[in-house]
Design a protein around this ligand. Structure first.
Ligand SMILES: Nc1ncnc2c1ncn2[C@@H]1O[C@H](COP(=O)(O)OP(=O)(O)OP(=O)(O)O)[C@@H](O)[C@H]1O
Length: 339
């Protein structure tokens, strides 16, 4: 488990202060995967550096299974850092070492004997699906395979936390899915807590149990995936269940209302019922249906024809358990969040 409490990082540029992290607090329990998303400049890289103590936070705490990394010095810090396995966008392997030697490198550093190391490396290569790649060199592997090697290397010291920094940003969609499947397969392994920093919504949808939105160095929304997306007022809902592009308002006509329903309600004809109840034809302009963390979410945009009171439509939709609100076509709240 990793617990971050009131983490703050202030950089000084001449007389100017930049608060790159401003009181970040979060907990990722063992056995779960937490995603952190945010647009460029939100503080993601600073968070990675401060969590791993590559950069010392200005204030606040980072604890792993109760051990305070921020209080550790020198040798104690080196040992404590091994509790976090790090995987970057590129695996940054040593080109002149074999794959087995790359994976075994952190074990060499802690002085593990060769026979024990070889057995551990073979096991790790099996875990990441590369049982026969030990003798190969990095240049002989694809980007996805190199990323698997990076994951094996990060697991070598049996960390309590695995921290992924944009792990699939350099990969094609098929390889991305394969790497995400691998990350999912590690869930629950030896009480591992997984933290994934990403700007890709697909990554959050596919593997995360919970998610936080980082903005201006602060966590502005956070919680279990199925809870944070269950409100039309949530920026995470907008980012993760966004309405696909559709015809402009003047072509669509009427007043636009967004409708969000989840679970069993997502399969019920709430719009048809509402149409019937208010005695007007409600047209579905666009929508998306997503299956997230075992729950189905339906996010629809409907147009209410002139002469029908949109507030009455909203009230009837809400009386059936859906969230509903008047909408504009492009919510400003998420601009820049989805690249
Ligand atoms: N060493 C530094 N000195 C001064 N300011 C910095 C430093 N590192 C980061 N910052 C500032 O802190 C803020 C957060 O930067 P950070 O790189 O953490 O964001 P990010 O979310 O990782 O962005 P990106 O996705 O573009 O990498 C930015 O305003 C940035 O300019």
């Amino acid at each position: 488990m990793i617990t971050v409490t009131d983490l703050t990082k202030v950089y000084r540029q001449g007389r100017r202060e930049v608060r790159a992290l401003d009181g970040v607090t979060l907990t990722v329990p063992a056995g779960s995967i937490h995603g952190i998303i945010g647009h460029s400049g939100a503080g993601k890289s600073t968070l990675v550096r401060c969590l791993t103590l590559l950069d010392h936070p200005t204030s606040g705490k980072v604890e792993i299974n109760g051990v305070d990394l921020t209080a550790a010095r020198a040798d104690a810090l080196r040992t404590a850092r091994r509790r976090i396995g790090l995987v970057f966008q590129q695996a940054n392997l040593f080109d002149s070492r074999t794959i087995a030697d790359n994976v075994g490198y952190p074990l060499e550093l802690i002085g593990m004997k060769k026979a024990e190391r070889d057995a551990k490396v073979a096991e790790l290569l099996r875990v990441v699906g590369l049982p026969d790649s030990g003798p190969a060199y990095p240049a002989q592997l694809s980007g996805g395979m190199r990323q698997r090697v990076g994951i094996a290397r990060a697991l070598a010291t049996e960390p309590d936390v695995l921290l992924f920094d944009e792990p699939t940003s350099a990969l094609d969609p098929k390889t991305t899915d394969e790497i995400l499947d691998l990350i999912l397969s590690l869930k629950g392994r030896d009480g591992l807590a997984v933290l994934v920093i990403t700007h890709e919504m697909h990554v959050v949808k596919k593997i995360c149990d919970s998610v936080s939105l980082l903005d201006g160095g602060r966590i502005v929304e956070s919680g279990p995936l199925v809870e944070v997306v269950n409100s039309l007022d949530s920026r995470l809902a907008e980012a993760l269940l966004g309405i696909p592009p559709h015809a402009p308002l003047d072509a669509v006509g009427g007043t636009l209302v967004d409708v969000l329903s989840s679970g069993e309600r997502a399969a019920m004809p709430v719009v048809a019922h509402t149409s019937h109840e208010v005695g007007a034809e409600l047209n579905i302009v666009a929508g998306s249906v997503e299956h997230l963390a075992g729950t189905t979410f339906s996010h629809l945009r409907i147009s209410v024809p002139p002469g029908t009171d949109p507030q009455r439509v909203i009230d009837v939709l809400r009386s059936q358990g859906a969230d509903a609100k008047l909408t504009t076509v492009t919510p400003a709240a998420v601009e820049g969040l989805v690249p």
